[in-house]
Every structure is written in structure tokens, then in C-alpha cells.
Design a protein around this ligand. Structure first.
Ligand code: CO
Length: 373
């Protein structure tokens, strides 16, 4: 996106959020540092203890309450000109009270960032004793779930970088390497290919660790005969990729080959199910049916996928009971797995974007079981 295009998108997002606030009868939305704030203003940083809030009234211009050290950064990143700046030696509560009074939104429903620190919410509750509070996700989730063309572009770039990193791993000596070392190889490779950052701590799960779906890379040394799950991703312009492939070190047993083929079929079957109008849970059911028919239903111990965008995990969730109908532009992972207690596990994951006719994967490295040395 060019500069002007970014500004237009941000302006449009704020207008759409305010329209959503009016239909849901929310008077004020308050966001703190995190992906919602980035989505509406372009500005982001790690959450911290200083009070930094965006106050969005249902009509009129939003106001940014910012610590002085962030002032220039916020002005450069966002198009919000209405800043109330406080210094480290000030008590920002006074300014917060004045700012809220000037917006004239003392009563009614106030939507706060779902991931806001409790300390900030407690301040808001003190300043707004007559208000009722709810989560801002009901305003922003409908907007953020459907990605624009430029958001999809960023995610596809992040996916292509992840694919390149996988190709590099295939030529790397894996036997005798620790999980942590292999994680570093993947991360360095993604950064070398143009990623802004890694999207999350890389998961490398080898041997019996692969039976634990969220095992993080540790000190275990990979040995011949090991199954190795690689689950990793990077960020481009804030947007994430997320991919999993399961490789074997030098040799695979028949059972490993069979289970890999079942997971592959389940993953591909679920992706084929995706199209606008289909319920999210139907995609989960498609993956689960393949695995259950093969007799491993009990060992598929998580939902089939999660939405992804500015956050690695965000709505829509691809899970039983989610009747949300998929729409064009939604992006989520499809990642069934089978985990055999104490032995090993296998997972295959791609993020897909819903198109008018089906799904387009953002990562394209082969699903076939690859052997590493
Ligand atoms: Co994932």
C-alpha cells in the first residue's frame, strides 16, 4: 500500500467502526496498545505500563491520549491529529477524566479493548462510574475478519517467505541438531527472505515431543527415525503467516507413513470444503471425518483451525459449534493433527483465504512427507 492508500484505509476503518458502534448502541470505544489499535491507527508497540489510549466516540473525531515519548511516533504512524499528551511526571488520570468529560460520553455502554490491562480498565471504571462496560471485539471482529486485498497481499508475502524457509530446512543437516538450533535456522531464514519479524516463537517438536501439539523448541537433539513437526510463521507489514509441516529424520516406520497420509487427506479434504456460505464447523467436520474413519478420532485433540491476520489467533475459529458462515476475504488455518501419546504426532497446516469459489492457500510447500538428513 502507498502512503495515501494507507491513510484512506485507516479513515475508512474508523468510519466503519463508528457505524458499528451506532448500530450496537455503544457510546465510546477505548483501545490500548495491541492489534485493534494497530488496525484503526497504524500505530503499535508492545503493551506497557504507561497510559496510552485511543478514545473513539460514536460520532466525531477520535482522541489519542499519549505519553510524551510516543508523541512523534504516533503522529508519524497515524492520521489522528487530536492528541492529548502527558509527561512521565504527570498523573494521567486527571487528563483522562478531562478528555472523557470533553467527549460528553459519561453514561451508556463503553466498549474496551478485550486485551486491555486490568489496571487501565480499573482507571476507566473510576472515571466513568455510570457507564457499563463490554468488549470491543463485537465492534471490531466483524471488520477485521474480512481482509482487504492489501491485507491479503501482506499475508501472502508472509506465506511465501515461510515456504522459502521450508526449502532451506530440507537441505539442512537435521540429525544431531537441537530443536532450538533448528528453530533459529528457520527464523534466520525468514528474516533473510524479507520478514519483518517472526509471528510467534517457532515450534519444533521432535520425537516424543511431537505428540504434544504446543511443545516449544527445547534442548532435545534430533536423531534418525524421529518425526519432526515444524510450526512457524513470520510477519510482513504486521500480518502473520502460520504453517506446519511434519518431516522425518532419515527413515520413517510404516505407521508414520500411514498416519501422515491420513492427516494429509484430512487437511486437503477440509480445504476443499471451504467456500462462501459454508459454516465454519463444517470445515472442522470434514477434517475430523477422515481422521475418525481411519480410527484416530480420539487422537485429534484440537480444533481444525483459527483465524489469522494482525494476530496469530483471532476469529473465526474453525471448531464444532461455530455456525458462522464463511465469507470472501476471511483468512484462517486448516491444521488437523494426530497425536499418539508418548510416541509421536503429525500435523499439516496451511492458512487459506476464502475466495468467491473456494479457498486459496497462502503456503504452497508440498504436503507429501519429506525426509531430512
Ligand atoms: Co496455527
Amino acid at each position: 500500500m502507498q502512503g495515501g492508500e494507507v491513510e484512506e484505509a485507516l479513515q475508512d476503518r474508523i468510519a466503519r467502526a463508528q457505524a458499528q458502534m451506532r448500530t450496537t448502541d455503544v457510546n465510546l470505544m477505548v483501545l490500548s496498545l495491541g492489534s485493534n489499535l494497530k488496525y484503526l491507527t497504524g500505530f503499535s508497540d508492545e503493551p506497557g505500563e504507561r497510559l496510552l489510549l485511543l478514545l473513539v466516540p460514536r460520532e466525531g473525531d477520535p482522541v489519542f491520549l499519549v505519553p510524551e515519548l510516543y508523541e512523534d511516533q504516533v503522529r508519524r504512524a497515524s492520521r489522528i491529529g487530536n492528541l492529548r499528551v502527558w509527561k512521565d511526571e504527570d498523573d494521567p488520570r486527571t487528563l483522562l477524566g478531562q478528555t472523557i468529560a470533553s467527549l460528553g460520553v459519561g453514561k451508556g455502554d463503553v466498549a474496551v479493548d478485550d486485551s486491555m490491562w486490568a489496571t487501565f480498565l480499573l482507571e476507566l471504571q473510576t472515571v466513568l462510574p455510570k457507564a457499563t462496560f463490554s468488549g470491543a471485539s463485537r465492534i471490531l471482529v466483524p471488520l477485521r475478519m474480512e481482509k482487504s486485498a492489501s491485507e491479503v497481499r501482506a499475508m501472502e508475502e508472509a506465506g511465501a517467505i515461510a515456504d522459502q524457509a521450508f526449502e532451506e530446512i530440507l537441505t539442512h543437516k537435521v540429525s544431531g541438531t537441537s530443536e532450538l538450533e533448528l528453530a533459529r535456522v528457520l527464523q534466520d531464514s525468514m528474516l533473510a527472505h524479507g520478514a519483518d519479524a517472526v509471528a510467534f516463537e517457532t515450534l519444533i517438536a521432535s520425537g516424543p515431543n511431537s505428540a504434544l501439539p504446543h511443545h516449544r523448541a527445547g534442548r532435545r537433539t534430533i536423531a534418525p527415525g524421529d518425526v519432526v513437526i515444524l510450526d512457524y510463521g513470520c510477519r510482513v507489514r504486521g500480518y502473520c503467516s502460520d504453517v506446519s509441516r511434519t518431516v522425518v529424520c532419515q527413515t520413517a516406520s510404516d505407521e508414520i507413513r500411514q498416519v501422515h497420509a491420513i492427516v494429509q487427506e484430512a487437511q486437503e479434504e477440509a480445504v476443499r470444503k471451504v467456500k462462501p456460505g459454508v459454516e465454519a464447523e463444517a470445515v472442522d467436520r470434514a477434517a475430523r471425518a477422515v481422521i475418525s474413519q481411519a480410527g484416530y478420532g480420539e487422537r485429534f485433540v484440537h480444533r481444525t483451525g483459527h483465524g489469522i491476520g494482525l494476530d496469530v489467533h483471532e476469529p473465526p475459529y474453525i471448531v464444532k459449534g461455530n455456525h458462522l458462515k464463511l465469507r470472501e476475504g476471511m483468512t484462517f488455518s486448516v491444521e488437523p493433527g494426530i497425536y499418539l501419546r508418548r510416541d509421536w504426532g503429525i500435523r499439516i497446516e496451511d492458512v487459506v483465504v476464502v475466495t468467491d469459489t473456494g479457498a486459496r492457500p497462502m503456503t504452497r510447500s508440498t504436503h507429501e512427507q519429506r525426509v531430512v538428513q
